[in-house]
Structures are given as structure tokens and as C-alpha cells.
Design a protein around this ligand. Structure first.
Ligand SMILES: O=C(O)/C=C(\CC(=O)C(=O)O)C(=O)O
Length: 306
């Protein structure tokens, strides 16, 4: 039986025909945050999902990787696939070792299942606290999951909004494995990057040396734009000071990724080539760029590669 899905109204398709970046990525660069969606007919979307995406297959992801000049991908499970990691795992297996994954798990996951995911290339589990994307999970369930993944050396990826950090901070710090924060904890970029809100985020990062941060998603965080479209080389200027502060203070624990195929965007869909051109603005030296794009993701996801 073939299932057909209708995309959530207003949701934009990913940008076909992205430009070739002017910024040449360093050899071995990793797109450390991207997704695969379906295709729904082959890998159905989860019944509990809050949105229905447009399909974005592994082959389309790998074509984008090659077009932009990345060597590897980290494929992050998105909520529209719930805890069914099949599409993501299928992408990892097809990548010939060039993709690692971050899964969503339920607390009843067995050791055999975790071991199989590890064998496929999964290295982390994602806990999502963004209310428009998921219903809240009991904290004890999450800690039970941590106990199951810790023996495999995995980390926990957390996705939350800035306003919720104060409530979540102690819970996060009780998680006894490395943490990776999605999209800088979604700061309000209309506020001062040197003000108390972002300082609270930086303080959280200072609390432990194994808290990493993805300096990703300017297209979601920008208030004043301009968008990465039509050759715009000064896109998302308002996000730059936030990301740059993180990169400069924590150069050895930052990651970057495209977030392709950019779920849930309704305002505009960025040209991924121009998104890559955003990177030198937040990582202004070749050394910072090498750490952000190559050394750090390789240490976290391919520690055994030479
Ligand atoms: O692509 C992202 O990281 C961000 C998302 C989607 C998401 O995380 C999910 O569905 O799991 C968002 O903010 O809507």
C-alpha cells in the first residue's frame, strides 16, 4: 500500500537549484545538522507529528552535499518521523560511512536496538523541548534513555527555545553525557547579544566543558534579514554577533550545518549556497572555520577516522 501525505499548508518547499557557494569549504567539511524526510510513500511520517513536510530524500541530500562541497553529513531525526528512525538509518547505511545520525528514542528501547543503531552510525539521541513540535516527555523517561545510550559513548542533542532555558538548565546539567545544543538555544536576536539573556545562554555553556553548540539556523533566528536569496552576501546580519560570540569563546565545541530541507519555514526558503557563504562571517579566521566545519564534527562523530 502506498501512503500519500499532504504537506502542511503554508510550508515552503526546499530551494531547488541552490547557488554554488563563493566561500570554498575546507576539505573534509561536515554538514552537522540536516534531515531526510521520507519519501513518505516509502518511509511514512509519524501519526503523532505536528507537521507534514515535503519529501526530501537521502539522494537529494547527498546531491546537495556534493554541490555545496561538504564531505559528510550528520542526519538528525526530525519530529515528523517521531521515534521511527528508519528513513534516517536508511540514509546512513546508503552513505558509505559518510553520514552519522542522531536518533529519537522511546524509553522502552532495548539494548539490542541501540546497538543496531550504533552499528548503522547513530551517535546521539535528540530531546526536543520546542512546544510547537512535540508534547512534553517526562524527564524520567529521558533519563532512562540516557542510561541506555551512555555505554555507547553517545551524546544528547537538545532543542529548546531561549525562554525555556532557565527551567531546563538544572535538568540538562543532570544529564551525565555530552550535550549538543541545537541552533544556539534559539536566542531572540532582536535583543542585545551582549545582554543578560544571551549571557545566560553563554553561562550555561560555561557550566561544563562537554556542552557543544550548533551555531546554525540564521534563517530561523533572523528578525531583520535580509534573506539568503538572489545572491545576497550580507544575509541575516542580525544573527552574526550571536553566533560569533559563541564561536570565539568556544572554538572547540561549535558545529555548523545547513538544516536542509529547512522544515517549518513559511516566510522564505534560503538558497543553501548563500547559507554556506554566511559561515565566514561567524568564523572569521581559517583556523576557526577548520575547527567549526572539520575538526569539531570529526571529533564528535568520527573520532576513529584518520
Ligand atoms: O530543523 C530543525 O532543526 C528545526 C525544526 C524542526 C525540527 O527540529 C523537528 O521537526 O524535529 C523547527 O524548528 O521547526
Amino acid at each position: 500500500m502506498t501512503t500519500s501525505f499532504e504537506k502542511t499548508p503554508g510550508w515552503l518547499d526546499w530551494y531547488a537549484g541552490p547557488s554554488r557557494p563563493e566561500f570554498r569549504l575546507p576539505d573534509g567539511a561536515v554538514d552537522a545538522h540536516c534531515h531526510v524526510f521520507g519519501p513518505g510513500a516509502e518511509f511514512p511520517y509519524a501519526p503523532e507529528r505536528k507537521y507534514t513536510p515535503c519529501d526530501a530524500s537521502k539522494d537529494q541530500l547527498f546531491a546537495l552535499r556534493d554541490h555545496l562541497g561538504f564531505a559528510r553529513n550528520v542526519v538528525v531525526q526530525a519530529t515528523c518521523h517521531g521515534a521511527d528512525n528508519t528513513a534516517m538509518v536508511d540514509a546512513l547505511r546508503a552513505s558509505g560511512g559518510l553520514a552519522r545520525g542522531v536518533a529519537t528514542l522511546r524509553p522502552d528501547v532495548t539494548d539490542a536496538q541501540v546497538r543496531e543503531l550504533h552499528g548503522a552510525g547513530v551517535r546521539g539521541v535528540r530531546f526536543n523541548f520546542v512546544k510547537r513540535l512535540v508534547d512534553a516527555a517526562p524527564k524520567q523517561d529521558l533519563l532512562d534513555i540516557v542510561e541506555k545510550i551512555a555505554p555507547y559513548g553517545w551524546h544528547v542533542v537538545v532543542y529548546f527555545e531561549a525562554a525555556d532555558l532557565a527551567d531546563l538548565r538544572d535538568f540538562f546539567l543532570s544529564i551525565p553525557v555530552p550535550l549538543v545544543i541545537d541552533h544556539m538555544g534559539r536566542p531572540d536576536t532582536a535583543k542585545d547579544p551582549d545582554g543578560p539573556d544571551f549571557e545566560a545562554f553563554l553561562n550555561f555553556m560555561r557550566a561544563r566543558p562537554d556542552i557543544w553548540c550548533k551555531v546554525t539556523c540564521p534563517e530561523r533566528l533572523s528578525v531583520s534579514g535580509p534573506p539568503a536569496l538572489d545572491g545576497e552576501q550580507r544575509a541575516y546580519r542580525d544573527v552574526v554577533p550571536f553566533a560569533r560570540r559563541v564561536v570565539e569563546e568556544f572554538p572547540d565545541r561549535v558545529l555548523w550545518g545547513t538544516d536542509w530541507p529547512h522544515p517549518n519555514l513559511t516566510d522564505h526558503m534560503p538558497d543553501d549556497g548563500l547559507l554556506v557563504d554566511f559561515v565566514p562571517h561567524i568564523a572569521p579566521t581559517p583556523e576557526l572555520r577548520r575547527k567549526l566545519l572539520v575538526d569539531n564534527p570529526m571529533r564528535l562523530y568520527w573520532p576513529d577516522a584518520d
